[in-house]
Design a protein around this ligand. Structure first.
Ligand code: PMP
Length: 308
């Protein structure tokens, strides 16, 4: 994983506190039972200054994660937009990663945590490329995980909750132990779900395909951006149930995610993908994504929130 730089300030309930003062008690409900929801958002250094990518969409997903877990979020979207922009400004960051977190804090020992206060923190820090320096240009070698994603109606796939990332860690740690940077996990029915922290796309005969949102994968905001960009570029795109073996037969494969952005996949289980390295459709999507996030595109769909 790329290096990170500590920042100085973290937003906490309307105040800025020092990075190292953002601590919680070990008996907080979040520490004992993983009760927190969060977002991962990128701020890009555009030619018009720092701009946050798809901030309202991320805040909407945060709010939905709270609803699913019955966590009352005390802040309005407009307060959270100000807070996210504020934490970037206060730390004088240009490009960074923003991680709003809403958690059940310290106050109750009972597992439900409803007696514990709900606390919101927003850290932001500089972060390098997620899957290694060459990943965006040359692609990554991945495997299919022996771990499945959680079944629908167990851990709710539409919620981005800390607890769910124990499953993601199993997937990622096993992949790394076997010499891969990342894995693609299957849904309980054996069809393709997603990576530990990114969605998956395949190119088949000139069309993009991606697994439907079926309760085991996250409805990625970058995934949605790829579908929209494909529409702009007249590349057909379909959401469908995808059998595992499609991974070995695809002309191109790539990951999409806030951290991974558009990362080509070079091989799966040591089987090379049709277009080794970056295929032509992946390249077009990646280029348009870069154009938008750098602030250079004619139309960015209103996806950038300027910080200044
Ligand atoms: N799946 C999982 C499990 C993730 O953690 C992420 C990262 N948030 C994604 C997919 C990609 O989602 P997004 O494009 O919104 O970052």
């Amino acid at each position: 994983m790329g290096r990170f730089e500590e920042s100085e300030w973290i937003w906490h309930e309307g105040q800025f506190i020092k990075w190292h003062d953002a601590t919680v008690h070990i008996l907080s409900t979040v520490v004992q039972f993983g009760s927190s929801v969060f977002e991962g958002i990128r701020c890009y250094d555009t030619r018009d200054g720092p701009a946050i990518f798809r901030l309202p969409e991320h805040l909407k997903r945060l709010r939905n994660s709270c609803r699913i877990y019955r966590i009352e979020l005390a802040h309005t979207d407009s307060d959270l937009i100000k807070a996210c922009c504020g934490v970037v400004r206060r730390n004088t960051l240009a490009s960074c990663y923003i991680r709003p977190m809403v958690m059940r804090g310290y106050g109750a020992m009972a597992m439900d945590g409803t007696e514990s206060p709900i606390e919101t923190y927003i850290p932001a820090w500089e972060w390098g490329t997620y899957l290694g320096d060459d990943a965006l240009a040359k692609g990554v070698d991945v495997c299919v995980s022996s771990w499945n994603r959680a079944a629908p109606n167990t851990f709710p796939g539409m919620a981005k909750s800390t607890g769910h990332y124990n499953n993601a860690q199993l997937i990622k740690l096993e992949a790394m132990a076997n010499g891969f940077v990342e894995a693609i996990a299957l849904a309980p029915d054996g069809t393709i779900s997603e990576g530990s922290g990114q969605n998956t796309f395949a190119v088949m005969d000139g069309s993009l395909v991606t697994p439907s949102i079926g309760g085991s994968n996250l409805s990625g905001i970058t995934r949605n951006a790829v579908i929209t960009i494909a529409g702009d570029l007249d590349i057909p795109c379909r959401e469908m149930v995808m059998p595992r073996e499609l991974l070995y037969c695809a002309d191109e494969l790539f990951f999409s995610g806030t951290a991974a952005e558009i990362t080509p996949i070079r091989s799966v289980d040591h089987i090379e993908i049709g277009a080794v390295g970056m295929g032509p459709i992946t390249r077009r999507i990646q280029e348009r994504f870069r154009e938008i996030t750098s602030g250079a595109a004619n139309s960015d769909h209103g996806w950038l929130t300027r910080v200044a």
